[in-house]
Design a protein around this ligand. Structure first.
Ligand code: PMP
Length: 403
């Protein structure tokens, strides 16, 4: 990978904060944007902009073509079998809420069980709790080991005829653990149980092939994968989506409406009520093209190497404690140093130009499991370098010397 060229594609990386070069290590929260992605959106606004799907005029048809071409780009990127299986949403959170609501309506009733894990983001916990309140389903939680890996034996023991869905993260946004998703899916499928994977932290970092995984639902956010904010994807196997009721009502998702009876549009539009973010989808397609031009395997290899380098360098900081030391780990490192509060560490690193995240990372149950309130989290994108890791380590040493 030509790091100089890649970094030059992201204009924000050359700015300074507090007179220091920006070292952006908060990629788990959102990544910076390549110029080509923003250009694609600006171009569409300035030359094509018109509402999609309903217009007979030239611009509307062109905008529709761009929007549907973007769906095809997403479809190819994750190797979905058909564009009918690619639903555009507002993000990972909305995608999970959609499944909780709609799959919940169609397939879940009192006493049924949904399996999640101790390392889930709140977006893969709360929608199921809301469903539990509405429908009386039971949430089962797979525990994790001290190194931050799923206890696969406990998981397998939890699976039963009562289990109606498994919903687990592919990569933890706190621990960086890459879960053994093929084993998770195989064990569930042996009992005909469908699986949802939260791909928010995997799609930006590795090649994801939904058919190879044989996963039933796969969800992710564009803004974490070099695309725009406010856009995400729900991949779902057609056999499930076909049998699930609409999530929201409105324009686009109907075939015909009368006060007596409304019929619904076919997939994928059945789940896309209202005007979609048709400019955002063009931007996301440009971002995916950009990632593919660099190569998903190259991005993954670079980030894995960087993660190992960072773990080794950080390990030399006296009194550092890591949270998440799984063997299969990528791009996310959570830690605490001595008794320095994570918030103090984050604030002081910020003054040195280093952006990290502090707090519970929307994973309070995981913090409880770890017996802490929060961590400092450094998370990498494709443009981060070993030099930036060195600056982080020096920065931590400097902060330490202040205490
Ligand atoms: N799941 C995981 C694992 C995440 O890291 C995040 C974002 N931090 C989300 C879900 C939620 O994503 P969004 O806020 O884009 O909907």
């Amino acid at each position: 990978m030509d790091m100089n060229k890649i970094r030059a594609d992201f204009p924000i990386l050359s700015r300074e904060v507090y007179g220091k070069p920006l070292v952006y290590l908060d990629n788990g929260a959102t990544v910076q944007k390549p110029k080509c992605m923003v250009d694609a959106m600006a171009d569409e606004y300035f030359t094509v902009n018109a509402n999609v799907h309903r217009g007979v005029h030239y611009l509307s048809q062109q905008a529709t073509e761009l929007h549907e071409a973007a769906r095809m780009t997403v479809c190819n990127h994750i190797n979905a079998a058909s564009i009918n299986e690619v639903i555009f949403t507002k993000g990972t959170t909305e995608s999970i809420n959609l499944v909780a609501f709609s799959f919940g309506e169609a397939f879940l009733s009192q006493g049924d069980e949904v399996i999640i894990s101790e390392m889930e983001h709140h977006s893969n916990i709360v929608p199921w709790q809301l469903l539990a309140e509405r429908k009386g389903i039971v949430l089962k939680v797979v525990p994790i080991t001290d190194s931050g890996e799923l206890c696969m034996d406990s998981y397998k023991e939890m699976l039963s005829s009562k289990t109606k869905l498994v919903s687990i993260t592919h990569v933890s946004n706190v621990l960086g653990t890459v879960n053994p998703v093929k084993d998770i899916i195989k064990a569930a499928h042996d009992l005909d149980i469908p699986v949802l994977l939260d791909g928010a932290q995997s799609v930006p970092h590795m090649k994801v092939d939904v058919q190879d995984l044989d996963v039933d639902f796969y969800v992710f956010s564009a803004h974490k994968a070099y695309g725009p904010t406010g856009l995400g994807v729900l991949y779902g196997k057609e056999k499930w989506l076909d049998r699930m009721p609409p999530y929201q009502g409105g324009g686009e998702m109907i075939k015909s409406v009368s006060f007596e009876k409304t019929t619904f549009n076919e997939l994928p539009f059945k789940f896309e009520a209202g005007t979609p973010d048709f400019v955002g989808t063009t931007g996301f397609a440009a971002a995916l093209d950009y990632m593919n031009a660099i190569g998903m395997h190259e991005i993954e290899a670079h980030e894995r190497e960087l993660t190992i380098y960072a773990m080794n360098q950080l390990a030399q900081v006296e009194d550092i404690r890591f949270f998440g030391v799984a063997e299969n780990k990528t791009s996310v490192i959570s830690f605490l140093v001595g008794d320095i509060h994570h918030f103090d560490m984050g604030t002081l690193l910020d003054r040195l130009g280093i952006a990290v995240r502090t707090g519970h990372h929307c994973a309070q149950p995981l913090m409880n499991r770890l017996g802490i309130e929060g961590t400092v989290r450094a998370s990498f994108g494709m443009y981060n370098t070993k030099e930036e890791v060195d600056i982080l380590v020096k920065g931590i040493d400097r902060v330490k010397s202040m205490f």
